[in-house]
Design a protein around this ligand. Structure first.
Ligand code: PEP
Length: 254
């Protein structure tokens, strides 16, 4: 899977143009391609994507379905026409102060609807330097996933996004990313089941570009990317999708 997180970028007309450009990319069926526009763009972008196979995702959703929560977005309102929702992005954890518990509540509420959920996890530079990366990742996974069954896991995608690599131009090396993505799979095997972990999609995110995508995707436990900055440039996003397709084909051929 290659998913483009547009964050708080583009106007509605620009977003519609960007969606059209993504639809026009060469997208063989082996790789799922998704776009996550701002909320204001979801409906018109949905119209552009209908019947194209490009998945539509929201960047966040709330932990209740309805009520007095001014400015929040209900997963019930997204279900049925959006395919995915992202929860736990580091910008929400670190800028908006979302806790592991809140992320877990959002994930669980979203799963009560026909939605797939991308759960983002990742350590800060301070945590990496302190040697606590795995402890942090395990805590984030435990909060979100303990108690979920195999069936629920089938609708979850985990995105490993080291905070120090997001929007910084500083990518994790393929070896660093592989180490943590493998650890995520192992941990999920312990929390849910080995079978669920084996088929779990684990994405890497953090300054992923056409220059480094192929090397990252070649790692055995990296099943694609959550792409921020580069997803706003159709050519770059297309090249990242092409890198994912080439990896899938090489795996099948090999
Ligand atoms: C992201 O926002 O999820 C992300 C990975 O951003 P960037 O690719 O710009 O680092």
């Amino acid at each position: 899977m290659v998913a483009g997180n547009w964050k708080m970028n583009t106007t509605v007309p620009e977003g519609v143009d960007l969606a059209r450009a993504v639809v026009a990319l060469d997208r063989p069926a082996e790789v799922e391609v998704a776009v996550l526009p701002p909320f204001t763009h979801l409906w018109p972008v949905c119209a552009e994507l209908r019947g194209t196979g490009v998945l539509l995702g929201a960047q966040n959703s709330f932990w209740e379905d309805a009520g007095a929560y001014t400015g929040e977005i209900s997963p019930a309102a997204l279900a049925g026409w959006c395919d995915l929702v992202l929860v736990g992005h580091s910008e929400r954890r670190h800028i908006m102060g979302e806790t592991d518990e809140q992320v877990a509540r959002k994930l669980r509420r979203a799963l009560t609807h026909p939605l797939r959920v991308i759960l983002a996890v990742g350590e800060t530079l301070e945590q990496r330097d302190a040697g606590t990366t795995l402890e942090v990742i395990h805590r984030q996974l435990d909060a979100a996933l303990i108690g979920l069954d195999h069936e629920a896991l089938e609708r979850i995608v985990v995105a490993y996004e080291p905070v120090w690599a997001i929007g910084t131009g500083r990518t994790a090396t393929p070896a660093q990313a592989q180490e943590i993505c493998a650890a995520i799979r192992t941990h999920v095997a312990g929390i849910v089941s080995t079978e669920a972990a084996a088929v779990l999609l684990v994405l890497y995110g953090g300054s992923c570009t056409p220059d480094n995508a192929a090397a990252l995707f070649a790692e055995p436990d990296i099943d694609g990317g959550l792409i921020g900055g580069a997803s706003l440039k159709p050519q770059a996003f297309g090249a990242i999708v092409a890198a994912a397709v080439a990896t899938v084909n090489a795996t099948v051929d090999g």
